[in-house]
Design a protein around this ligand. Structure first.
Ligand SMILES: Nc1ncnc2c1ncn2[C@@H]1O[C@H](COP(=O)(O)OP(=O)(O)OP(=O)(O)O)[C@@H](O)[C@H]1O
Ligand code: SF4
Ligand SMILES: [Mg+2]
Length: 387
């Protein structure tokens, strides 16, 4: 299917709709008046949606704005601008009282289960607290908490213990039980397994999948582990420096990535098959992630992109639909991954040859040549436009 421009939605049709969300944090200087001297552009015009019962995986490097997006959806950060609707109700303009009601339907599970559970409260109180705050605690409240503990694979007897008496995986199960107490439709899961040992991660991921099947939950699943994201997501949104650069079904994003950043990110993910893993060509991006205080003009990825052209600095690429809702914000989307991997390797080697004074020119040229021969590609100009 040919690429199409994406129309701006005039109505909201999904369970959760996020449209053009902007979240900026003021940076204050020293002195008595502590004047605002800049702003961190943490989230810059994010548009995404979540349907009932599905999982949207949100992935990207540290600092790209994943958690801020999740918190701004929940209105834990008041967005600078943009719209967040849940079942068609606008949250950004809601009073705090109305938001309390909405939060029954929209709950969050944090990365660090220990920091997010009050160490001085027994588990029954931690889970029961949400019911009490919302006026839902009745005489069978403790039974309800016991049921929630069973739902997450613990037993009602665990309710009298304190958080420090549990393992990391068990503590995360308590965090999930607390989030489920109010019977929400949407869970924002902010790196829910990243702090856990690899051996217990699978148990918590399986639990989340079972709960989704049983309760029809929708997950906004933030992670930087690409294998977890691939396993659990129906659709994926890839973020870079406060923007969504690519979004689509899991298979579209993993099998046919089109944004250069996604291609680079996926090239770094280990393969389960040892043969594929041995032959995996990794793209090493050159340069640091720019500061969100002063992001690059046009495409924010252009300072690290091997395909960048003049237009990339001049014009921000709009998201274009490459078919089936596979949206890519790039002037020159990737069509041939192995060719791009070779181009990126050459770009990195050439950047290296001119960038590191400790390396002699001969050594740098040798590296360029070895990359060229290893990748078996023709010498000459690479990485140009249309590709
Ligand atoms: N309260 C805040 N005040 C100022 N800057 C903030 C605040 N919260 C986040 N930021 C900045 O916003 C940017 C996005 O941060 P965020 O925590 O959303 O990233 P992330 O993608 O979740 O990263 P990680 O993978 O490390 O959790 C970062 O530059 C961060 O320093
Ligand atoms: S080709 Fe241009 S628009 Fe596309 S990611 Fe690279 S710099 Fe950005
Ligand atoms: Mg985060």
């Amino acid at each position: 299917m040919s690429a199409q421009a994406v129309p701006t939605p005039s109505s909201y049709e999904h369970l959760l709709d996020v449209h053009d969300l902007v979240m900026e944090f003021p940076v204050k200087g020293g002195g008595i008046f502590r004047k605002v001297i800049g702003k961190v552009q943490a989230v810059s015009g994010v548009t995404m949606y979540l349907d009932a019962g599905e999982t949207l995986g949100v992935v990207g490097e540290s600092g790209c704005g994943k958690s801020t997006t999740g918190r701004a959806i929940l209105q834990l950060h008041k967005p600078t601008s943009g719209s967040v609707t849940l079942r068609g109700k606008e949250l950004t303009t809601m009073s705090n009282e109305d938001l309390r009601g909405v939060r029954r339907n929209l709950q969050i599970v944090f990365q660090d289960p220990y920091a997010s559970l009050n160490p001085k409260m027994p588990v029954n109180d931690i889970i029961g607290e949400a019911l009490k705050i919302h006026g839902l605690w009745e005489k069978d409240g403790l039974d309800r908490v016991g049921d929630l503990l069973k739902l997450v694979g613990l037993s009602p007897e665990h309710g009298n213990r304190y958080p420090h008496e549990f393992s990391g995986g068990q503590r995360q199960r308590i965090g999930i039980a607390r989030a489920l107490a109010l019977e929400p439709e949407v869970l924002i899961l902010d790196e829910p397994v990243s702090a856990l040992d690899v051996s217990v991660q699978a148990g918590v991921v399986n639990l989340l999948e079972d709960l989704q099947d049983t309760l029809g939950l929708a997950y906004f699943f933030i992670a930087h582990d690409l294998s977890v994201i691939r396993h659990i997501s129906d659709r994926i949104a890839v973020m870079y420096l406060g923007k969504v650069v690519e979004t689509g079904t899991r298979d579209a994003v993993y099998n046919e990535p089109k944004h250069p950043y996604t291609v680079a990110l996926l090239s770094a993910a280990p393969e389960a098959d040892p043969n594929s893993e041995r032959s995996r060509q990794r793209i090493m991006l050159t340069g640091d992630v720019p500061s969100p205080l002063n992001p690059p003009s046009g495409c924010r990825f252009r300072t690290r992109c091997w395909k960048a052209q003049d237009i990339c600095a001049a014009e921000e690429p709009p998201p274009i639909d490459h078919g089936g809702g596979h949206l890519v914000a790039c002037h020159f989307p990737v069509t041939d991954i192995s060719k791009e991997t070779a181009s990126a390797a050459l770009h990195a080697a050439r950047g290296f040859s001119s960038g590191d004074p400790r390396e002699g020119r001969q050594e740098a040229l040798r590296r360029v040549e070895s990359v060229e021969s290893a990748l078996d590609i023709a010498k000459g100009p690479v990485g140009g436009g249309g590709g």
